[in-house]
Write a protein that binds this ligand. Structure first.
Ligand code: GTP
Length: 256
């Protein structure tokens, strides 16, 4: 059976790399086979040893020098260079014959969300057996306005990729129980979110009205989330279960 690719996406510093490392560790502890892939040429250090690391042949510094680009331009050029070798990468990944590929994407969300190259990468590497884990950064998500902004980003990502996506609240150990309860409430009830946003901004919150939340719901961005912590290794099982539910109807893919 072709492997399932789980792509971890989110704003810079949302915790993608740490969660990839944590999920690999958790799966190892459960005796589940997976491989990890780093697609971020700008990553300095990784808390895991990827089976495939784009930095082995693509250096952001070299791209900057060679093409006379700044760091952001180099990231864009790097995404295109990566896309040009994507078939070769797929062939390498196939040799591991692992049922799960955990994929760490570049720090800047827009690089993954907006570039045509990313769609080609996802389609070529794992095609229909791809899923996105969209990370909600807790430092933003704990405020209604930040939570709404993150949902809008999630909607943008979902709009670009026609594959199942789960919202994942990362670094939940940094939030108090009350803060987590608030986010749970907002995820369940758009009216609650609207009044919290009004209270935060001290007035009618017309731009972000209920119609906007309905639109976010329609594209699948407004939904419950999975609460995780890479440091506490918590919530990873829920990501795994969500993947099973989608790709194996709740059966364990490994048992198949
Ligand atoms: P970029 O790719 O550089 O944009 O970052 P990223 O999204 O991969 O985030 P990364 O995993 O590098 O984490 C960013 C920071 O958050 C680091 O300082 C991590 O140590 C910290 N961090 C990540 N996950 C957790 C967590 O579960 N709990 C806590 N407390 N800190 C975390």
């Amino acid at each position: 059976m072709d492997p399932v690719g789980i792509y971890f996406v989110g704003t810079a510093g949302a915790g993608k790399t740490s969660l990839v490392g944590a999920m690999q560790q958790w799966m190892g502890l459960k005796g589940l086979d997976c491989i990890t892939v780093n697609l971020d040429p700008g990553a300095e250090t990784l808390p895991y040893s990827p089976e495939y690391d784009i930095r082995e042949w693509l250096s952001l510094h070299k791209v900057m020098e060679e093409y006379g680009l700044g760091p952001n331009g180099a990231q864009i050029a790097a995404a295109d260079l990566l896309a040009m070798r994507v078939h070769e990468i797929r062939d390498i990944l196939e040799t591991f014959r692992s049922p799960y590929i955990l994929i760490d994407t570049p720090g800047q969300l827009e690089l993954f969300a907006f570039r045509k190259a990313s769609r080609l990468i996802l389609e070529t590497l794992t095609g229909e057996r791809s899923t996105l884990a969209f990370l909600l950064d807790p430092t933003l998500a704990k405020m209604p306005s930040g939570y709404i902004s993150q949902l809008m980003l999630a909607a943008t990502v979902q709009f670009r990729f026609s594959v199942p996506m789960m919202n994942v609240l990362s670094k939940s150990d940094l939030l108090s129980e009350g803060e987590i309860e608030n986010i749970v409430g907002w995820a369940e009830d758009a009216y609650k979110l609207q009044s919290a946003a009004e209270a935060e901004l001290g007035g009618p919150y017309n731009q972000f009205n209920i119609e906007l939340f309905r639109a976010l719901e329609t594209v699948g961005a407004f939904r419950n989330f999975i609460k995780t912590s890479a440091t506490e290794l918590s919530g990873i099982e829920d990501i795994y279960t969500a993947v099973q539910n989608h790709f194996a109807g709740g059966e364990d893919l490994m048992k198949d």
